[in-house]
Every structure is written in structure tokens, then in C-alpha cells.
Design a protein around this ligand. Structure first.
Ligand code: NAD
Ligand code: ZN
Length: 342
């Protein structure tokens, strides 16, 4: 089969013939239909410090996908050939304290699909049945292919009560843009989004931002004044990984404000801890999705009218993967989806 492989310790990815994956008695074999390109895949493509420390070569990469089950192991009774499914990208140990208590998203021994084990940028992928999400029959396949990052956005956004609250989202990458639509759907009042990239600010407006600004052009106190806000934001979602963005978020929260932090800073960063203490802020780190409460919420929010599809701005056949990575590298995009049907 064809797979996009990190063949060697160098910049790039290579489309190659690789063996079709084997599947064990507890696994399902899935024919991949569509995949999303994640920022993580771009790190692997660029072969940055994190990728060099983390990614074994050679390996098929990628973790955002939708596909159709073609075979199941002899222990698998809940899934059947023909089912349309996506995969949870974190394979947990099942044996640690958190896993045994049902808090699988808190497992300390997680393995990443397309990061520590063979990924989804291929014609087939094999996964443990406990990592498979069966889509409802009304699902749009493009949207199904990005359930993984959509889940990051949902997990972060739904960390705190949103109804009637004023929300600040720093970073209008694909995840920040999806979070904009989610907090709007969940009943927030004002949703303010910051980014430095005009293309992405425009997408945030399309997805329901009350105001989407470049903080170099208009600062957040001025935005608050424009909206008639007096006490700061109730909920903050950090989705840029940028130290300036995180510090401006902390500075613009209401007393008792709640912050969910998804963005991954490149290195350790300083923040104003006095503001955290004296303004009594809560900061919650977010990694991945809750298994499977987040997946349930994604599905029912789509069924109750949430529109996520506009975040997908580019689509290519997998043989044109280079175009997909080029547009990701340019930043002039939302989500990029690769089609694996031949
Ligand atoms: P992305 O890199 O596409 O988006 C980040 C955005 O932040 C970009 O649009 C960038 O222009 C913007 N930005 C940069 N500096 C800024 C500033 N000073 N103010 C406001 N915006 C600024 O990433 P994404 O795929 O949307 O993911 C968002 C973040 O979440 C990234 O940091 C990513 O590494 C991280 N992430 C975390 C998890 C997790 O499980 N914790 C999962 C996926 C992604
Ligand atoms: Zn575990």
C-alpha cells in the first residue's frame, strides 16, 4: 500500500510502498478515506528539535483520519466491516491508576498514533478497538477526518462553564477557529479572538467571533472598552503557544477567571504570577481529548447545528501531499484535508 513515510532524519516526507499493517485479535483494520494535516505533522515534516527527539524513522506518520473498517480481530464484537470510523490518536496503557479509574485521557504512558507508532497517512491503518470511534451515519466525511483537532478544541472550550460568559481565545489557528464556533454554540456572550495573521482573523470572524483582532493594531483593553466590558474576560482559551499571547490573556482576565491552556510553548516562558495570585485565576493544562466524553460532545454538537466545515480551506489528493504541506507552512489556510480514495 501507499504511505507517507518519515523515511530518514531530514526535512520532508516520502510517499512510498509500505507493507499493509497487521491486525491482532483486539484490533480493527481500517481503509483510510480522508486525513487532516496537523501542526504536529508539520513539525515532523520540518524535522525540528522536538521531532528529532521523538519520531522513530522510518515510520508512517499522521493521526487525523476517517476511514471504513475492512476487517476486525477475533475478540472484536462491537465493530464491523463497513463501519465509518475515526481513531483516537492517544493509545493509553489501560493499567495505570488513571486508566483503571476511567480517566484514560490522564494516562501517563500514552503512545501517539503517527508519533510513537505507525500512523494514518496511508491506505490502511490498524488500531486497538478501544481507540476507535464509530461515527453516526449523518456525519460529513471531511468533518469526520478532523475529529482529532476538533476534539482538542471541544475539550479545551468545554473545560469551563460558557453560558453567558465573555471568552478570549488567543490564536486563530485551526483549533482556535473551531473553538470560536464551539463557544458561540455553547452560549458565550462576547467571543474575542486574537491572531497576527489576517487570513486566520477573517476565518475566526466567519466562525462567529464578536471581534477578531491583531493585538499589535488594537490592544485587548481597547477591545473590552469597545464591547462595554468592565471586569475582564471570564474564560480564556490559550491556543497559540505564544508567550506574548499568554501574558496578554492573563492580564485581561476577570478576577476568578478560568484559563484552559492548549497551546504548546516552544520553551519555558515567564508569566506574571502576581496577577495569577491576586486575580485568583485558574489555569488548566489540556492535552488531547477526553475518552470518550469529548467524542460524544463533538457528535451531538454537530447534530444540534454546530458548523465546523468552514475551517477546512484546502483539499488535495494524497499524491499531492506536498501542496498540502506547502500551504500549511505558509499559514494561509485553515485545515488541510488529504483524500486517500484512489
Ligand atoms: P497553529 O500553529 O496553526 O495556530 C497558532 C496560531 O497562533 C497561529 O495562527 C499564529 O499566527 C497565532 N499566533 C502566534 N503568535 C500570536 C500572538 N502573539 N497572538 C495571537 N496569536 C498568535 O496551531 P493549531 O493547530 O491551531 O494548534 C494551536 C496550538 O495548540 C499550537 O500551539 C499547538 O502546538 C497546540 N496543540 C496542542 C495540543 C494539545 O493536546 N495540548 C494538540 C494540538 C495542538
Ligand atoms: Zn494508563
Amino acid at each position: 500500500m501507499h504511505g507517507l513515510v518519515k523515511r530518514k532524519a531530514d526535512v520532508g516526507l516520502w510517499l512510498e510502498d509500505v507493507p499493509k499493517p497487521e491486525y491482532g485479535i483486539n484490533d480493527v483494520l481500517i481503509r483510510v478515506k480522508k486525513t487532516g494535516i496537523c501542526g504536529t505533522d508539520v513539525h515532523i515534516y520540518k524535522w525540528d528539535d522536538w521531532a528529532q527527539k521523538t519520531i522513530p524513522v522510518p515510520m508512517v506518520v499522521g493521526h487525523e483520519f476517517v476511514g471504513e473498517i475492512v476487517a476486525v480481530g477475533s475478540n472484536v464484537v462491537d465493530f464491523h466491516p463497513g463501519d465509518i470510523v475515526s481513531g483516537e490518536g492517544h493509545v493509553v496503557c489501560g493499567r495505570c491508576r488513571n486508566c483503571l479509574a476511567g480517566r484514560r485521557h490522564l494516562c501517563a504512558f500514552t503512545k501517539g498514533v503517527g508519533v510513537n507508532r505507525a500512523g494514518a497517512f496511508a491506505e490502511y491503518i490498524s488500531l486497538p478497538m478501544s481507540n476507535v470511534w464509530h461515527h453516526s451515519s449523518d456525519i460529513d466525511l471531511d468533518v469526520a477526518s478532523i475529529f482529532d483537532p476538533f476534539g482538542n478544541a471541544v475539550h479545551t472550550a468545554l473545560s469551563f462553564d460558557l453560558l453567558g460568559e465573555d471568552v478570549l481565545i488567543t490564536g486563530a489557528g485551526p483549533i482556535g477557529i473551531m473553538a470560536t464556533a464551539i463557544v458561540r454554540h455553547a452560549g458565550a456572550r462576547h467571543v474575542v479572538v486574537t491572531d497576527l495573521n489576517p487570513y486566520r482573523l477573517e476565518l475566526a470572524r466567519k466562525m462567529g467571533a464578536t471581534v477578531a483582532v491583531d493585538p499589535r493594531e488594537q490592544d485587548l483593553p481597547a477591545v473590552q472598552a469597545q464591547l462595554g466590558m468592565k471586569e475582564g474576560f471570564d474564560v480564556g482559551l490559550e491556543m497559540s503557544g505564544n508567550p506574548h499571547a499568554f501574558n496578554s490573556l492573563i492580564a485581561n482576565m476577570a478576577h476568578g477567571g478560568k484559563i484552559a491552556m492548549l497551546g504548546i510553548p516552544e520553551k519555558s516562558m515567564a508569566i506574571d504570577w502576581n496577577t495569577v495570585v491576586f486575580n485568583m485565576l485558574t489555569i488548566k493544562g489540556i492535552y488531547g481529548r477526553e475518552m470518550y466524553e469529548t467524542w460524544y460532545k463533538m457528535t451531538v454538537m454537530l447534530q444540534s447545528g454546530l458548523q465546523i466545515a468552514p475551517v477546512i480551506t484546502h483539499r488535495y489528493h494524497y499524491t499531492e501531499f506536498q501542496k498540502g504541506f506547502d500551504v500549511m507552512l505558509s499559514g494561509q489556510c485553515g485545515k488541510v484535508v488529504l483524500d486517500w480514495e484512489t
